[in-house]
Design a protein around this ligand. Structure first.
Ligand SMILES: Cc1ncc(COP(=O)(O)O)c(C=O)c1O
Length: 360
């Protein structure tokens, strides 16, 4: 028997979530963010499922080429742009849009000789202080881009929001004002909103939105839930029990014996572990579904196995279904137990977990 650990991608849920983007930002075009292998869901699979999007955004050129080679023909934006002349030529050959966020990239474009002009998105730092040109230099960058024969005439401007995951944080309003001031006299389409912007900050929606996490059915908000935002989980991480053992009172379970049975009790062993992307530091008490009902994780997560307390489910047997997150068990909740964000959990799902797809 093959290992039963699976990350099942729910294609219909991805499409539902794209409709939710459109409902929330009805006048906008959508660049679906599929970097990091589609947030762990499989970039090609996600791009095919979301073929209705006006385009896709990835981190770098290798991710874009994977999509092109799989036949994805839509607009693809390289969110970090390119950092070498040879990559610029490939971006041209494969009709990729590039972000320009730094003077070195602009100089590279000015030096280049390309077969045809590239579509460029000028990224302005409106306050996140990560990527982007200073707002006071936006006009001079914009003019140089317009003067550059390697750049298509439709230069777009964009920025990225640092705190849109909190509906009350004043940073977003300040970033929006900074971006508006910097681009006031510049023609061309604009893009600001990530998922937090799409759902929580309608003023940031502009011409193009760039949702990532919400497409995968995960709330972008701190303490938020997918259900509250009308989203459907895009992935269910699932496996099966492969053993149910009676462990005597005082028996220490798993590596390091970090959890000790308070009584004679059934302990279930499920075939999933940190080798599959179920984080090792998830603590005892993290909920797991066995046959659709919650039981607590007990003891350390191993590479291929976890152990669960089955006292409330003494009838559970090897072969029974176990869900780690997804349908019936929000990944947002598991991320809280892990002390991280759900983005990290889904991105870390391992290749060896065969990703099945499901139309329902
Ligand atoms: C520039 C940019 N735009 C959009 C996104 C999508 O963000 P989210 O997944 O929060 O919607 C990201 C993701 O980090 C990003 O870096």
């Amino acid at each position: 028997m093959t290992r039963p650990a699976r990350a099942i991608v729910h294609l219909a849920a991805l499409r539902h979530n794209l409709r939710r983007v459109r409902q929330s930002a009805p006048r906008c075009r959508v660049l679906a963010v599929v970097k990091a292998n589609g947030y762990g869901h499989g970039a090609v699979r996600v791009a095919r499922a979301l073929s209705d999007a006006e385009g896709f955004a990835v981190a770098g050129i290798d991710e874009a080429l994977e999509l092109r080679e799989a036949g994805v023909d839509a607009r693809i934006l390289l969110l970090s742009g390119v950092h070498a002349g040879e990559a610029l030529e490939r971006a041209c050959r494969y009709r990729l849009d590039v972000v320009v966020h730094h003077e070195s990239q602009l100089e590279m474009l000015e030096r280049a000789r390309l077969e045809h002009p590239l579509e460029v998105w000028l990224k302005i730092d409106s306050g996140m202080h990560r990527l982007g040109v200073p707002p006071e230099q936006a006009r001079s960058f914009w003019e140089r881009l317009h003067a550059c024969p390697q750049v298509d005439a439709h230069v777009r401007t964009m920025t990225h929001l640092a705190n849109a995951d909190d509906r009350r944080d004043p940073t977003t309003r300040r970033q929006l004002e900074t971006f508006r001031d910097a681009t006031r006299d510049l023609d061309g389409e604009r893009s600001i909103a990530n998922s937090g912007g799409v759902l929580g900050w309608p003023d940031t929606q502009a011409d193009w939105v760039r949702p990532g996490i919400m497409l995968y059915g995960i709330s972008p908000f701190v303490g938020g839930t997918a259900a509250n935002e009308g989203l459907e989980p895009g992935m269910t991480l699932t496996t099966r029990l492969i053993a149910v053992n009676r462990v005597p009172r005082g028996g220490a379970v798993g590596y390091g014996g970090t959890w000790v049975c308070p009584e004679d009790m059934p302990v279930g062993v499920a075939a999933i572990g940190y080798g599959d992307g179920y984080l090792r530091h998830l603590p005892s008490g993290t909920p797991v579904l066995v046959n659709g009902r919650r039981v607590p994780l007990v003891g350390r997560v191993s590479m291929d196995l976890i152990t669960v307390d089955l006292r409330t489910q003494p009838q559970a047997r090897p072969g029974d279904e176990v869900v780690l997150w997804g349908r019936g068990l929000p990944v947002e909740e598991i991320a809280e137990h892990a002390g991280t964000i759900p983005y990290e959990l889904v991105c870390r799902v391992a290749q060896r977990v065969l990703i099945d797809t499901e139309e329902i």
